[in-house]
Design a protein around this ligand. Structure first.
Ligand code: UTP
Length: 226
């Protein structure tokens, strides 16, 4: 199966880089490759991006330049994962989708960070899934699925097994801010809405189970589909 996987920065670099999480990712991606899956990866910026974006904001640096700083952080995380994956990864973070797709067609695992101001790596993952014609798009986040409200703020929030792209669009709204925190960036939701890519949101504890989930095993996350 051809899949695009987005590892949220909040799980890769929640403060310092999470080495156990990175080791789980490396094991899982190797396993997926050994089962002949075609894998494309996007990584977020996490705390590294947030610290630098906050510094830029305090210095009065405008929004687009804050985004560029966030993008640089995502690419540093991409470079770290590339180095951890070794030979199976394309050696530099792709900055354009076509390069990532070419690397995947050569049998390598491309890893992208951010690309363009005004969005997050969620949107990059949705675009890469579409450009690469992936069958499935998976988001690993620090929240283990899509909830009716932010579970960190609302104790009555309930996790949804399934949601349609249109319902998700209503839940996340339309506004983008550098360093924003919602379950998914509105730009990504719009792409999923338009292209109807089958998408699953999972918690990081499901990373080691991904090979079986692709074989149809149950998961604890949220399916986004019509
Ligand atoms: P992230 O994708 O890491 O956003 O990009 P996030 O919502 O903080 O996600 P987690 O916490 O990593 O899961 C960090 C910031 O980098 C800029 C934006 O400012 C974003 O908020 N960015 C990233 C872009 O401007 N364009 C991109 O393509 C990617």
């Amino acid at each position: 199966m051809r899949i695009t996987i987005c590892f949220g920065g909040s799980i890769l670099v929640p403060g310092n880089p999470d080495l156990d999480c990175i080791r789980d990712i490396v094991r899982t991606v190797r396993e997926l490759k050994s089962r002949n899956h075609e894998v494309l990866i996007v990584v977020g910026g996490g705390e590294l991006a947030r610290v630098y974006i906050n510094a830029a904001r305090e210095l009065g640096i405008p929004g687009v330049d804050q985004d560029q700083i966030g993008i640089a952080a995502t690419r540093l995380n991409a470079q770290l994962l590339i180095a951890a994956l070794g030979d199976i990864a394309d050696p530099t973070p792709a900055t354009v989708f076509e390069k990532a797709v070419r690397a995947m067609l050569r049998g390598k695992v491309p890893i992208m960070g951010g690309t363009t101001p005004g969005q997050t790596t969620d949107a990059v993952a949705a675009m890469l899934a579409q450009v690469s014609k992936s069958e499935l798009l998976i988001f690993f986040t620090n929240v283990d699925g899509v909830y009716t409200a932010d579970p960190k703020l609302d104790p009555n929030a309930k996790k949804l097994d399934r949601i349609t792209p249109d319902e998700l669009a209503k839940l996340v709204g339309t506004e983008f801010k550098p360093g924003m925190k919602t379950i998914m960036d509105p730009v990504a939701v719009k792409i999923i809405q338009r292209s109807n890519i089958k998408t699953i949101v999972l918690g990081k504890h499901e990373i080691p189970r991904l090979p079986e989930i692709l074989n149809g095993a149950k998961h604890t996350g949220t399916l986004i589909a019509r």
